[in-house]
Design a protein. Structure first.
Length: 594
């Protein structure tokens, strides 16, 4: 299986050994979709050849260069699958009548299908028609998603949007002489008028309305059509993808869509809400399943290399510096980050550089999650009947679905998390950025296999499940974070009992501002009993005793009494002392910096 990324193509080989499907080897090569190669299959073959060299298994025919299939003896494979985000991935323009209603539903459908939404055009986006037309002409997306009005409602506004698109005469990003695909997922009564307004300027594809009624979204049909158009129109124009599709035993899936499918499966199998993040050099993708609803957001301006300047601009120097356990002048910090901007592909060579990179990662993740929380919400524009109980319950349909107390699992991916020198560093980055409450398990994707497993799950669900459990997810452990009122440092927050099966019982008094690590090996479980202080909630309600089983991992169980939001001292000496205590508790860095 391969994943064709924007810069590199990753290949993995999975075999059935001793009754279990396991990852055998991984290869990587530069993606070759752009000049001078302009043939994605060259990078695919190079990555596959590396897997063959590592395993000693002949995978490519020495004469034709094609993949040997089916397998015979010690050569070839039985199944070849691929995902792709090469060439910038699937780029979509979303057009809807009202920005926070039908346009937002269309954006949710596009993001869930694995697209990067380059722009949202709506009647109420405060731009004049000629400005919107100029913007559409400038974008050159891979496809457009147009939606508006409920079924049986007014047709005039969505028809005017279609006329706006037609006036712009949009052109596809990859060229090839074809017309730009436009998926219409609005009021079914307006189909004929929309088709007439668009004329011959686009390749029109019709599907069911995204919002047939205000109170319900219907995203599935639009997402399915996006996938179909992606294969038939976008991939057909991309250099070498026609040959890659011939190699594959199943349709190519956009990389983010495959990850999203896997997140849904993990949430169903684990029986809990799940949050997953992929932080890259230019973008940060966040996927979530909260209360049965899937959401994905792309923070296209937050990343660890090409977009590090945007992180600094959004967080500010003080925002980054607050996580650095060193005394650094602002000028020195700025210079170090500017060096990263000049040479974005470099990796930290010094311990101080690693600490600074991980501080930037905390802010990038925090900012991306802020955007995600706002997007992961109930349907806008829904009118509800109010009763007496609503006077005491202020959360409406616009409130975020991201309930951190109910969150059961956080999965981190991306170089700064998956390749952190110590697993405890990855664990604390996730905790500091997302600030989970109650009891939350932590994991990282070992070598970013979630995309390949997502497409494999559509063909062989059991194989994907076994590789996910055995080779993909590295279990870091469990975070236990009681939350409550702000209290003086050291005041009792909770008393904790942790009893390993057939092992010792540990009793810990947890004081405000403390971070405590209790070793618990991966695969091990322990019974947790938390007796929170008055007003504090560990997951069973304010002041209520929580009893549950918790999983171990590479780090173990982390007891976090630092409050929510995490309270950092205002003065530098106090803040440095706090950070060093917390880092020492998790053995985060060598003594030289602890």
């Amino acid at each position: 299986m391969t994943d064709c990324g924007s810069t590199s193509t990753k290949a993995i080989l999975i075999e059935r050994r001793d009754g279990q499907y396991r990852l055998v080897a991984r290869g990587e090569a530069p993606t070759t979709v752009e000049a001078p190669w302009e043939d994605v299959t060259r990078g695919v073959r190079n990555a596959i050849a590396e897997v063959g060299e590592v395993t000693g298994r002949r995978l490519l025919d020495p004469h034709s260069g094609g993949l040997i299939t089916p397998s015979r003896g010690d050569e070839g494979v039985d199944l070849f699958l691929s995902t792709s985000s090469a060439g910038g991935g699937l780029q979509m323009l979303v057009v809807g009548v009202v920005r926070n209603m039908t346009a937002e539903s269309a954006e949710r459908a596009a993001l869930g299908a694995g697209a990067i939404v380059t722009e949202v055009i709506a009647f109420n986006d405060h731009r004049r028609p000629h400005e919107q037309i100029e913007r559409i002409r400038h974008l050159r997306p891979d496809m457009i998603l147009l939606s508006g009005a409920v079924d049986g409602g007014s047709t005039s506004h969505v028809v005017k949007l279609a006329e706006l698109v037609a006036a712009a005469e949009p052109r596809p990003r990859l060229g090839g002489g074809g017309r730009l695909p436009l998926i219409y997922a609005g009021n079914v009564a307006a189909r004929e008028e929309v088709s007439s307004a668009l004329g011959e300027c686009v390749d029109l594809v019709l599907t069911e309305n995204l919002r047939p009624i205000l109170e319900r979204e219907n995203l599935g049909p639009a997402r399915a059509r996006i996938h179909e158009v992606f294969l038939e129109h976008v991939m057909a124009r991309a250099p070498g993808y026609a040959q890659l599709m011939d190699l594959c035993d199943s349709p190519i899936v956009p990389t983010p869509a495959a990850v999203g499918d896997m997140v849904k499966r993990i949430a169903a199998e684990e029986g809990c809400d799940v949050l997953a993040v992929d932080i890259g050099g230019a973008t940060t993708d966040i996927f979530s399943m909260f209360d049965g609803q899937f959401n994905r957001t792309v923070s296209a301006n937050l990343g660890m290399s090409y977009s590090v300047a945007n992180v600094l601009r959004a967080a500010g120097l003080p925002g980054v510096m607050r996580w650095v356990p060193l005394h650094l002048e602002e000028r020195e910090l700025r210079d170090r980050l500017l060096n990263k901007m000049i040479r974005p592909t470099t990796v930290p060579q010094l311990l101080e550089e690693l600490v600074l990179e991980q501080a930037v990662a905390r802010e990038a993740l925090r900012l991306a999650f802020q955007q995600h929380r706002g997007f992961a919400s109930g349907l806008k524009g829904v009118h509800r009947a109010h009763g007496m109980g609503d006077a005491f319950h202020q959360a409406g349909p616009d409130a975020t679905l991201a309930d951190m107390m109910r969150l059961g699992l956080i999965i981190g991916s991306g170089g700064v998390l998956s390749h952190a020198p110590r697993r405890a560093q990855a664990a604390l980055m996730l905790i500091d950025a997302f600030q989970p409450e109650g009891v939350t398990r932590l994991a990282v994707d070992s070598v970013f296999m979630l995309p390949q497993l997502g497409v494999l799950a559509n063909v062989h669900a059991e194989a994907a499940r076994q590789v996910l459990r055995n080779d993909c997810l590295v279990r870091l452990g469990t975070c236990v974070a009681p939350v409550g009122p702000a209290v003086r440092a050291g005041c009792a927050v909770a008393s904790v009992q942790l009893t390993e099966r057939d092992g010792p019982r540990r009793e810990i008094r947890l004081g405000a501002g403390e971070l405590v690590r209790v070793p618990l090996a991966a695969g091990a479980q322990a019974h947790l009993c938390v007796r929170p202080a008055r007003g504090f909630d560990a997951g069973a309600g304010p002041g209520a005793v929580l009893e549950t089983d918790v999983d171990g991992g590479e780090v173990g169980v982390i007891l976090d009494a630092r409050g929510r939001p995490i309270a950092l001292a205002a003065d530098e000496p106090g803040r440095l002392a706090q950070l060093r205590r917390w880092h020492a508790a998790l053995d985060l860095y060598p003594e030289a910096i602890a």
